[in-house]
Design a protein around this ligand. Structure first.
Ligand code: SF4
Length: 343
């Protein structure tokens, strides 16, 4: 029996053609499978009504489709929704839908836990649970209630996307290619702490926007806050970023989680200005969300306002990202952590 229980979700058109040839299905089945999975978003083989009954029975017997419904959904007072999906070995991952006026942004996870172990992050404190497959990543997008209304996708959920580059790039191919979901890469942003090999491939093989998790402009502090970022120094990271033209449609942003008394001083702001002013970019200041056992605290709102104004007045375009879904364990990794505790 061929590839029993392997999911079809996440395969590309050439792989469907190969599968169809191996299984001696009619040739046009490759296109039909892509259409049903990626354009019509069906969740079962039985819903693929233009395939013969025999073919559907064969698919049911030999393959999995790869879709699964969320285990839990929470809706915040501000409309933010957090979905919890089953992942590897009893673990879960989170997906957040953030509404803003007529936009619906989905924040997607790429790993179970995270090997970067950033000190301020709830996901980074979880035990490592492995990479998500492209099927598991795409399932988060296709199985939320708002799937057909999504305006933007951000890979900023649990995990470091460029520590799972093969599955990330496969996912991006399905999302942006004509036979797949045919989304514009300009609606997709991938975030990273800066993993050299993954970043080099992402910059070459994708046109999606890039968000770099910066969090401090000083190398020694960054290695302490984000131990795995030591793999690529700030100097090398910026050298790599300078190989791309960020003045075109592809955009670069920097995420900066503000930790009270840690990375919010005038010294930090002046160094940010020095290193960021030469690059066309946007800085997003994010107020830290404390969680149980965290050693950091949330800064006063005025601190963020002062940082933003100083950066903007110095030519570094900066916004403050509003805190959303505070009543539903909004910080990345919190809901899956509390779910594991409840289970
Ligand atoms: S902040 Fe991002 S990269 Fe760092 S531990 Fe959390 S999920 Fe991983």
């Amino acid at each position: 029996m061929a590839q029993e229980n392997l999911p079809l979700l996440g395969r590309n058109y050439a792989e469907f053609q190969a599968l169809v040839a191996t299984e001696h299905y009619p040739r046009f089945t490759a296109k039909q499978l892509c259409d049903w999975l990626y354009k019509k978003h069906v969740a079962t083989f039985d819903a693929m009504t233009n395939l013969s009954k025999t073919l559907r029975a064969d698919l049911n017997e030999n393959y999995a489709l790869g879709r699964s419904a969320p285990l839990e959904v929470r809706t915040s007072r501000d409309g933010t929704r957090k979905y919890l999906f089953a992942a590897n070995e009893g673990r879960t991952v989170e997906t957040a839908m953030i509404p803003d006026a007529d936009r619906r942004t989905l924040c997607v996870s790429s790993q179970v836990g995270c090997r970067m172990h950033c000190q301020f992050c709830a996901t980074g404190q979880q035990p490592w649970g492995g990479n998500l497959s492209a099927a598991q990543i795409l399932n988060q997008i296709l199985s939320v209630d708002e799937c057909d209304e999504l305006s933007n996708l951000v890979f900023m959920g649990m995990g470091e996307p460029l520590d799972n580059t093969d599955e990330l790039l496969r996912t991006l191919q399905v999302l942006t290619t004509e036979w797949g979901l045919a989304m514009s890469p300009r609606r997709i942003t991938v975030s990273t702490v800066g993993v050299r090999k993954g970043l080099e491939r992402f910059l070459k093989e994708s046109e999606a926007h890039l968000a770099v998790s910066l969090h401090t402009p000083f190398e020694d502090e960054r290695r302490e806050l984000m131990p795995a970022s030591g793999g690529l120094s700030l100097k090398d990271l910026f050298a790599l970023l300078r190989t791309v033209n960020w003045r075109g449609q592809r955009k670069l942003s920097f995420e900066y989680v503000v930790l009270a008394g840690v990375n919010d001083s005038a010294r930090h702001v002046e160094e940010l200005i020095r290193i960021l002013r030469p690059i066309p970019c946007l800085v997003n200041l994010i107020s830290y969300h404390p969680h149980d056992g965290a050693e950091f605290s949330r800064p006063k709102d005025m601190v963020l306002v002062r940082m933003r104004d100083r950066l903007n007045n110095s030519g570094v375009h900066t916004t403050i990202r509003a805190s959303r879904g505070m009543d539903i364990d909004a910080a990345c990794g919190l809901l899956s952590t509390t779910y594991a505790q409840r289970s």
